[in-house]
Design a protein around this ligand. Structure first.
Ligand code: KIV
Length: 288
């Protein structure tokens, strides 16, 4: 009897969660807002090239971020600072070609929006025109307000990014958790409210205490996407190469690895080398 009741409970809650999912052929900023309003979590991942973006999109991801983390995982730089606007456009163009459903958000690279709002708008327009991306993301709060307002006025959707903002790594000095102190937490909450007020469609919160992230998600009405910000936000984002285990040495507490591709790919390459050296490959069926 208990088992039957338990089964009934599971089936009902499963049906409820399926019922809750919004059906959309294409994810837009409006769909993301509807997801928040309906309590459906938003799943977001990075991608930087055609082949992986195609897989990620066909799996049903809601948002693909062409992140400036490409600077680390694609180009091998230590920080996100060196990647250029042209390189971001190159990555975004490849991703957009692959995507049929997800919303594609493209990071504005370091130096393209902090100086003045005119340059910020120019960089955003280049991204939208040349790559076909659907929105831009930039890091910071009040200090980049003018740039955000100008970009939004031109009709380009903007995603904010608060908390640990890797483009400011040399100011922070470390990649440790941000906004643990009251003053910084208060400033972050104020910035999140400001980003909502001026018209951002969503905000990424990176590496901040879960309690603060929850407060932000409850206070502002736009979707809050967390990375290292706990479960009580409206969605999650991870760097694709980290969650697939392509990167090996990066092991923050918030990262869940779904595959171990570094070792799997290395094993496959080892096998290939062995087969070539021993003339096992190609065999009779693998030649003309
Ligand atoms: O560039 C990036 O990948 C990001 C995510 C970590 C949110 O900004």
């Amino acid at each position: 009897m208990v088992a039957v009741l338990y089964l009934l409970l599971i089936t009902t809650s499963l049906k409820m969660s399926i019922h809750k999912r919004i059906q959309a052929k294409r994810i837009t900023t409006h769909v993301l807002q509807a997801m928040k309003n309906n309590g459906e979590k938003i799943a977001m991942l990075t991608a930087y090239d055609y082949s992986l973006a195609r897989i990620v999109d066909s799996a049903g991801i809601d948002v693909i971020l062409v992140g400036d983390s490409a600077s680390n995982v694609m180009a091998g730089h230590e920080t996100t600072l060196p990647i250029t606007l042209n390189q971001m456009i190159y990555h975004a163009t490849s991703v957009v070609k692959a995507v049929k459903r997800a919303l594609v958000v493209v990071d504005l690279p370091f130096g393209s929006y902090q100086g003045d709002s005119k340059s910020a708008l120019k960089a955003s327009i280049r991204i939208m025109k040349e790559s076909g991306g659907h929105a831009v993301k930039l890091e910071g709060g009040r200090e980049v307000k003018d740039s955000i307002v100008r970009i939004l006025k031109a009709g380009v959707p903007v995603m904010g990014h608060l908390g640990l903002t890797p483009q400011s790594i040399y100011k922070f000095g470390t990649y440790t958790v941000r906004a643990k102190e009251e003053a910084e937490a208060k400033r972050l909450l104020e910035d999140a409210k400001m980003l909502e007020e001026i018209g951002c469609f969503a905000i990424v919160l990176e590496k901040i205490p879960a309690v603060l992230a929850k407060k932000v998600a409850e206070t502002v009405n736009i979707p809050i996407i967390g990375i290292g910000a706990g479960a009580h936000v409206d969605g999650q984002v991870l760097v694709l190469h980290d969650m697939l285990g392509i990167t090996k040495d990066f092991k923050p507490r918030f990262l869940r690895r779904y595959l171990n591709l570094f070792d799997d790919i290395k094993g496959a390459v080892n096998g290939y080398i062995e087969d070539v050296k021993t003339v096992d490959f190609p065999n009779n069926k693998e030649q003309y």
